[in-house]
Structure formats: structure tokens, C-alpha cells
Design a protein around this ligand. Structure first.
Ligand code: NAP
Length: 222
């Protein structure tokens, strides 16, 4: 049973598979940017892991919200992330990633969202503008160094969240934002492979091997 206050209307014309593939990562991106990162129009945001499920949704949402987006992504994802509207895209394997971000945001970024789980806070804090916000959500076992002086002397902050703790008002807010983008056709899952429920074990294995680029959706009925 799903509580009624956790059900949301899908816009007409949006397919179930598309919605299933997007709901979780896009809600996560929304919570990261707006609920926890408090991103506003005219601000700048660095999205780390921008080619991934959460990161790509974050790029689309931040662009739509009128923010300047600096994306850090895998080299193979650079043109995809650019096509989502990111203003600058940096290959995370290139030299001096922080220097490249600083070059395009010399006064610092207002929000820094790390979906990659790398959580290099030592670098991230220095990339923030005064009152800038870092949002962490991945990298369960990381134990990063936090440069405390540069953090508090500039009113900067670090916020972590897990979507499972989002309340119904926050989720409803995210659903509204996502539906608007679905309707306009701006938000689309990148690569969605549909498998029968009987392939659940194979799907888990592939996910565990880190070989899935996008989403696997299990279809319960033919
Ligand atoms: N806290 C929450 O509520 C919540 C909710 C949903 C998801 N999550 C977590 O969020 C994370 C992202 O999920 P996802 O579905 O978006 O995963 P994903 O599709 O695998 O995206 C992760 C992206 O990060 C990139 N990446 C890896 N190392 C990087 C680096 N050093 N710098 C920049 N980018 C790098 C990856 O590129 P490559 O392909 O080159 O590796 C990939 O594109 C997962 O850890 C997931 O568990 C948390």
C-alpha cells in the first residue's frame, strides 16, 4: 500500500517506464539543489557526476531554474552534459579540475553538489563562494578532510541528506518540479533498458558490477 499523500499525478503523455526511470534520481536531484542547496536563479552551481542519473537531472533542473551550471563529468559524457544545457563541462579525469572550475567561477560557486561520492571537501570548500553550500548524498564510506577555518570564516556549509527521510511536503515539491520538466520534454532518462521481472537477478549482478550506464527497469507484466 502507498499512502495517498505519496502519490502524484503524472502529466498526460508521460510513459510509465520513463517516469519510473526518472522518479528517484530526479527527486534526489531536486532535493539536493533546492531543498538542501537552496539554489536560486542567478546563482552558480557545480554538479559533480553530471553524466549520471542524479547528476544529469540536476543539470537540467539547475539550468531551468536560471542558475549557471558548471558540470564535472566523465569524458565520454561531456557532449551529453553540454546538450543538457550546462554552461561549462569539465572532464573529471583532466588536469587541474579545480583550477578549471575556478577559472569560470572566480568568486566561487554558490552550490556544490557531489553525486559522484568522491566527496573531496578539502577542494570543494575552497571552490565555494561566501555562504556557499556543499551538498553530499553519496560515498557512504568516504571520510573526507574538512577545512574548518575556510568553511566557517566564509559562512559556508555542508549539507547531507537521504531521500528516504524526505517528508511528504518536500516530495510533493519535488514532484511538482519534475512534472513541469516532464511536460516540457526537458527531462528525459538517458538510457533505460527494460527487462522482465525474471531477469531481476541479472539486473542486480550488472548493477553490482558497475556496468550499467543509465537505468534498468523491471517490467512486472508483459
Ligand atoms: N542520498 C540519497 O538520497 C541518494 C538518492 C539517490 C542516489 N544516491 C546516490 O547518488 C549516487 C549517484 O547515483 P546515480 O544513479 O546518479 O549514479 P551514476 O549514474 O553511476 O552517476 C555517478 C556519476 O559520477 C561519475 N563520476 C565518477 N567519479 C567521478 C569523479 N571523480 N568526478 C566526477 N564524476 C565522477 C560517474 O562517471 P563514470 O561513469 O565515469 O564512473 C557517473 O557518471 C549513488 O552513489 C547513489 O547511491 C543517493
Amino acid at each position: 500500500m502507498v499512502p495517498a499523500d505519496r502519490l502524484y499525478h503524472l502529466p498526460v503523455g508521460v510513459g510509465a517506464v520513463e517516469a519510473v526511470a526518472l522518479a528517484h534520481p530526479a527527486s534526489t536531484a531536486y532535493l539536493a539543489l533546492f531543498t538542501h542547496g537552496r539554489l536560486r536563479a542567478g546563482e552558480s552551481v557545480a554538479v559533480v557526476g553530471a553524466g549520471g542519473n542524479v547528476g544529469s537531472a540536476a543539470v537540467v533542473m539547475a539550468v531551468r531554474a536560471g542558475a549557471r551550471v558548471i558540470a564535472v563529468a566523465s569524458g565520454r559524457d561531456v557532449s551529453y552534459v553540454r546538450s543538457l544545457g550546462a554552461d561549462h563541462v569539465v572532464d573529471y579525469r583532466s588536469d587541474d579540475v579545480a583550477g578549471q572550475i575556478r577559472a569560470v567561477a572566480p568568486r566561487g560557486v554558490d552550490v556544490y553538489v557531489d553525486t559522484s561520492g568522491r566527496n573531496d571537501l578539502d577542494t570543494a570548500v575552497d571552490l565555494l563562494a561566501g555562504r556557499g553550500r556543499i551538498v553530499v548524498m553519496a560515498g557512504l564510506r568516504t571520510r573526507p578532510v574538512l577545512p574548518v577555518g575556510p568553511l566557517y570564516l566564509m559562512d559556508r556549509s555542508v549539507h547531507g541528506f537521504a531521500i528516504s527521510h524526505a517528508d511528504t511536503a518536500q516530495l510533493a515539491d519535488a514532484a511538482r518540479g519534475i512534472n513541469g520538466l516532464l511536460l516540457s520534454g526537458r527531462l528525459r532518462p538517458r538510457a533505460t533498458e527494460v527487462l522482465p521481472l525474471s531477469a531481476a537477478a541479472e539486473a542486480h549482478r550488472r548493477l553490482g558490477e558497475g556496468k550499467v550506464h543509465g537505468k534498468l527497469v523491471l517490467r512486472v507484466r508483459g
